[in-house]
Design a protein around this ligand. Structure first.
Ligand code: IMP
Ligand code: MG
Length: 330
């Protein structure tokens, strides 16, 4: 059966506002799925003014949709059950949440190894992600079907209109990111096919970006610590509240590096592009980006947006570019 699949993918280093977009379009779908990563992600949405977070469960749960955590994901049983109780106590129907029997289980030993050996060196979230994927590849991992209560196991049927929610984004991808400052999963849309459909079933790819770049965790080459303490960038951190959903860490911020965004769009085959948090630049009153080897300065947000649209239409196959502000509520 041909399926109808839409994919939402982050085009930077995470934290572009994917959760907000997925939450706004989820009512049009039957199933919302995660295909990669684990509770290292942090998706924040506002429902009736209330701030809600998920780390592993797809944000489709807020729209009462069936939610699937795919075979490419990694699951910490305690954290998963904690998230289930949190969602249930907030009034959501958690019987909709299903985990692939072939997802891998993050053990105590994975978490300990990550925190002891990797967290400081690589700036990981300390969730045991790398050791768990490592055991998966060594073929000595523990599968969800051996560790999760039966009620949560997915029957591996995927029908109807399917929305896939990316986590961790293009530049944290194990193959395409700045290794070793990456995560241990595949974050690009093709990898969503691990859920059980083919690339031909993907009808639409929505790419989510932000009008400036941010990075949580370490990358001494692309995001040196010297980015902190620069007055305008520090103001972006405060106006944009650039603190990690999962770790609470202050993110490093830089002006948008446009050639990298264009590369991400082309790697993912993006049809529609959403650029979030434009209001933050408006609040600080500076409109800058890097392109063609230099920093360009614009006199207004509109002028900057026009430049971005022109470059994107010239260099990618994107149909629509939507600029969004937090206040737009999407
Ligand atoms: P890990 O995925 O916990 O191993 O962390 C590897 C790198 O990816 C670190 O730099 C993390 O800060 C970063 N990272 C992992 N998940 C996310 C996310 O959801 N948003 C932003 N950064 C992330
Ligand atoms: Mg996040």
């Amino acid at each position: 059966m041909t399926q109808h699949v839409c994919i939402v993918v982050g085009l930077a280093w995470g934290d572009e506002g994917k959760g907000k977009i997925v939450n706004s379009i989820a009512p049009n779908f039957d199933v919302v799925c995660r295909w990669n990563g684990g509770a290292n992600a942090g998706h924040t949405v506002y429902i009736d003014g209330k701030k809600l977070k998920t780390h592993l469960v797809p944000t489709g749960i807020f729209s009462g949709k069936k939610c699937v955590i795919g075979p490419g994901c990694v699951v910490n049983v305690d954290k998963f059950l904690e998230e289930i109780s949190y969602l249930r106590s907030n009034g959501f129907d958690t019987s909709l949440v299903k985990v692939s029997p072939r997802a891998h289980i993050i053990t105590e030993a994975h978490v300990r190894y990550d925190n002891y050996y990797l967290k400081e060196k690589l700036g990981t979230t300390g969730n045991g992600i790398a050791p768990c994927y490592s055991d998966k590849m060594m073929r000595k991992g523990v599968l969800a079907r051996e560790a999760l209560p039966k009620e949560f196991l997915w029957d591996e049927k995927l029908e109807g209109k399917i929305l896939c929610e990316g986590a961790q984004s293009v530049w944290l991808d194990i193959d395409h990111g700045n290794y070793p400052y990456v995560t241990s999963s595949s974050t690009l849309p093709y990898s969503a096919c691990s859920l059980g459909f083919t690339h031909k079933d993907i009808h639409r790819v929505i790419g989510v970006a932000k009008i400036y770049d941010t990075r949580s965790g370490n990358d001494p080459i692309e995001f040196p610590e010297s980015l902190w303490g620069q007055e305008l960038l520090d103001r972006i951190i405060e106006e944009g509240q650039e603190y990690g959903t999962t770790t609470g860490r202050k993110r490093k911020v830089n002006w948008l590096f446009l050639p990298k965004l264009i590369k991400a769009i082309n790697l993912c085959g993006v049809d529609e592009l959403i650029i979030n948090k434009c209001d933050v630049l408006e609040k600080i009153g500076y409109f800058r980006l890097y392109d063609a080897g230099e920093m360009l300065e614009f006199s207004s947000l509109e002028e900057m947006e026009n430049y971005i649209v022109k470059e994107i239409h010239e260099k990618t196959k994107v149909n629509d570019v939507i600029f969004s502000s937090n206040k737009d509520g999407i």
